[in-house]
Write a protein of this length. Sequence first.
Length: 222
Amino acid sequence: MGEAEGGREEVAPPQSLAASQMSNPTQNYAFIDANYLRRAYEDSMRRLLADASWVNIDFVSIKRSLNASKVFYYDAVDEDAADVTERVTRLDAIAALDGFHVRQGTISPKKTQKQVDVQLAVDALLHAFNKNIWHASLIAGDLYFKPLVDALINLGVHVHVFYDPHSAAKRLHRVADIGVPVTLKTFWDWSAVEYQEIHTVPRITRNENDNHPGGIHMVMRS
């Protein structure tokens, strides 16, 4: 555990949070910006695995690692996109998982998401106002969620922001009670078992003479 700039606490990746995050997991809801999660997952995993895709994400593993009783997943599907059928099928599969709730926005003519961030903020604030949650886990990295985090904290909710250090707005996770950097190892742990079984396991090394990016090696599964 270390001290982030501005005095905000940062913690180890979320696999270690389950025991310490909170005493009552039934009061912990997770809110996921799907577009951000997809981009962060692929950007990180493709540093080592060229075929890495968001379709390999295991959402049950995410729910478990965040110690959440409910997960709200916010996305929008471009009906003109080549992968529209796959995207809709995936959303249906996520919605069918225990404790998961999918909220869909729309895609504007300029191909930007609409209603997604607003719906996420409205839902989170509604649950906070109704005292449904003591703790909120937010997977997001865009600065426009900062007013939401501020408001949740003012309502007495303890907020963890899970973010990709390579892409997230620093002002977002700094205002949270705890900012949790999502590392390559975390994304690996959030990958489906079937995907892990046919690939090697990422490991961080500290060899100063290492030619691999970021000192990262791939270690064969035993």
